[in-house]
Design a protein around this ligand. Sequence first.
Ligand SMILES: [Fe+2]
Length: 247
Amino acid sequence: MNGAPGVRAVEKLLPSIREELSVDFCITNGENAADGLGITPRLAERILAAGTDVITLGNHTWRRKEVLSYLGETDRVIRPANLSKHAPGRGMTVVDGVAVINVLGQLFLAPPYGPWEVIDELVAEARASTPVIVVDFHGEATSEKVAMAAYLDGKVTAVLGTHTHIQTNDARVLPGGTAAITDAGMTGPHDSVIGVVTELAVEQMRTGVPIRFRTAAGGVRLEGVLLECGEDGRATSCELVRYELEQ
Ligand SMILES: [Fe+2]
C-alpha cells in the first residue's frame, strides 16, 4: 500500500472486506506507507488496527529512523530477511499459525546477499512451526519472482510478489500446491505513476534531474490477492482482489 491514500483505503475498506470474504489472516506490504517511502510505528499500528495481521517491508525499510527500535520490539512487522544480519528486526514471523517470510529480490535492489542464499533456511524454520507459509518476494524482476515461486512450489503456501505496484494477471496455484502472483498490486492512488504524482515522475524521467516526489491522490483502490488453503498448507485458490475507494 502507498501513502496516506493507501492507509485511508486500508482503514475504510479492509474491515468490511475481511468480513465479506471471511478472511482469517491478512498481510499488508507497508513499506510505502509514509508518503511513499518507509513506514513509521504510528502508521504501522494504524494498518494493524484496521485488520492487518502482519506487515512486510522492502527496499525502503530504513527510510524512517523511528522504525529501527520498533522493528526490534514487534513480531507483526517484518523486514526483508536478506538485509544485513546486523540490522534490527526479523525477516520471518509466525502469528496465529501463519508464517510470513519477507525477502528482497537481487535485481536493481542490491540487497547485501541474494534471496536464494536465505530462503531454504527460512522455509525450514517456518515449517518447524506451521505448514501455512506465505512468502512476500519484494522484487523488481518478474523472472526472479516466477523462478522463486517455481522453486518453492510444494514447500510453501504462497509466493506473492510486491514492489512493482502493478497487479499482474498471473494469479495461479502451481502443481505442487503453492499459490503465486508476480505482483499483488497497489492499495493507493492509481491516477499516478505507481503512486507518485504523474507530472513529477515524468519530469524526472524526461530531464534526469532529481525531483522531490509527492504521493498522488486520485483513483484510490485497494488491491491484493485472496488465498485459500487447507490445514496442510497447500493452496487451493488464488484470486485477484480489487476494490475502489469512493472519494
Ligand atoms: Fe519497494
